[in-house]
Design a protein around this ligand. Structure first.
Ligand SMILES: [Zn+2]
Ligand SMILES: [Zn+2]
Length: 323
C-alpha cells in the first residue's frame, strides 16, 4: 500500500485496539476474575495513551497535519510491524470470545509491552521529523524537552524536580551491566551510561563558586548557565562517594546515536553558549564558539571535558586545581 502514512498506520492500530476493547467491554462479566478486569483496563489505558501521544507529540514538531502525513520509511516500518503485532494480540481476545473461560494472564504482559513499544514508536517518529528539520546536527527531541525546562526562568525555583520529571517522561533509567545505570531515550533509543553507580542522585551539587573566581574569563564572555553539572553518587562496587555528571545535564544534551551505534553522543551545553570576540572590519565581533558538532562519544569523554574546560562551574569543594 503506497499511501501509508504515520497517521494511517496509527489508525489501523487504534482500530485493532478498539476491536479488542469492544470484545472485552461487551462480554458477559459474570464470573470474571480480576485478571479480566485488569486486562480490560490495560486495553483502555493503551488506547488512551496512544491517543494522547498522537495529540501531544505533533505539537513538538510543527503540528498535527505534519506528523499525520509523515512518511519517513523508518517510521512506517516501525508502525507496520506494530500493526501486525497488535492484530495478532487482538486475535487472542477474538478467540477467547468464542471459547469463553478465563483469559490467559500472559496477555496482560503482552499488552503492557505493546503499549510501551507503541509509545516509543510514536516518540521516534516525532524525533525523526524534528531532526530532519535541523540544519546542523543537534540535540535529540527528547533532549530538547529537558533542555527547555532547564532554560525556563519560572522553573528556576524547583529546577531539580522539574528536570528530573521531564527526564523520566522522555525515557527510562535502568540497570546496566553489573554495576552501572543507563538512561535509554524513548525518542532515539540512545543509551547514556554511568558506570559503577549505586543509584542515581536526584540533586545537583549546590554552586559554591568562591568570590573572585571568574569562570572562563579572558577574551570571552561567560556562559549564561552557572548551574553546576555535578552530583554526588556512590560507587556500587565499593560504596565510596564519587562525583558524576548530573543525569538531566546529560539527557538534555544528547544526540541520537549515529547509525550502527547504541550510545548517544553528548553536546557540551556550556560550549554551546560560549562566544568569543574576534576582530571584525570595524569593531570586535561576537562569534559563536564552534564546538565539535559530533559531540562527545560517551560519558567519560564528556565528564573529562567538563572537568578540564568548565572548571568555573565545578563546585569549589572538588579538586579543580588544574587551572
Ligand atoms: Zn534521544
Ligand atoms: Zn564545553
Amino acid at each position: 500500500m503506497n499511501n501509508e502514512t504515520v497517521g494511517s498506520l496509527l489508525a489501523v492500530i487504534a482500530n485493532s485496539l478498539n476491536d479488542g476493547l469492544r470484545i472485552m467491554m461487551f462480554a458477559d462479566k459474570q464470573g470474571w476474575s480480576s485478571d479480566e478486569f485488569d486486562q480490560l483496563k490495560l486495553l483502555e489505558e493503551t488506547l488512551d495513551e496512544a491517543k494522547r501521544d498522537f495529540q501531544e507529540l505533533p505539537a513538538l514538531v510543527h503540528g498535527q497535519v505534519y506528523y499525520e502525513h509523515d512518511r519517513k520509511s523508518e517510521s512506517l516500518e516501525d508502525l507496520r510491524l506494530l500493526c501486525t503485532r497488535f492484530e495478532l494480540h487482538m486475535q487472542n481476545f477474538k478467540d477467547w470470545a468464542r471459547t469463553g473461560g478465563p483469559i490467559n494472564p500472559v496477555w496482560a504482559r503482552e499488552t503492557i509491552e505493546l503499549r510501551r513499544e507503541l509509545h516509543r514508536a510514536q516518540c521516534r517518529a516525532a524525533r525523526r521529523i524534528f531532526n530532519a528539520e535541523q540544519e546542523t546536527t543537534t540535540r535529540c527531541l527528547g533532549a530538547f524537552q529537558v533542555f527547555r525546562v532547564q532554560r525556563s526562568p519560572e522553573k528556576a525555583q524547583q529546577r531539580n524536580l522539574e528536570e528530573l520529571m521531564m527526564s523520566n517522561k522522555v525515557g527510562k533509567f535502568e540497570r546496566f551491566g553489573e554495576h552501572g545505570i543507563a538512561f535509554v531515550c524513548d525518542f532515539c533509543d540512545g543509551y547514556m551510561v554511568w558506570d559503577d553507580l549505586r543509584e542515581m542522585p536526584s540533586h545537583r551539587k549546590p554552586t559554591t563558586t568562591p568570590d573572585g573566581l571568574e569562570p572562563m574569563s579572558g577574551t570571552s564572555t561567560t556562559p549564561a548557565t552557572q548551574d553546576t553539572w555535578q552530583a554526588t553518587g556512590f560507587s556500587a562496587s565499593d560504596g565510596t562517594e564519587k562525583p558524576i555528571v548530573f543525569a538531566p545535564v546529560v539527557i538534555a544534551n544528547h544526540m541520537p546515536p549515529v547509525p550502527g551505534e547504541w550510545q548517544a553522543r553528548i553536546l557540551c551545553p556550556y560550549c554551546d553558549e560560549y562566544y568569543e570576540y574576534e576582530q571584525g572590519d570595524d569593531e570586535m565581533e561576537r562569534v559563536k564558539w564552534n564546538q565539535d558538532e559530533d559531540g562527545f562519544e560517551d560519558m567519560a569523554a564528556f565528564k573529562e571535558h567538563l572537568e578540564w574546560s568548565h572548571v568555573g562551574i565545578v563546585p569549589s569543594t572538588t579538586n579543580c586545581s588544574v587551572m
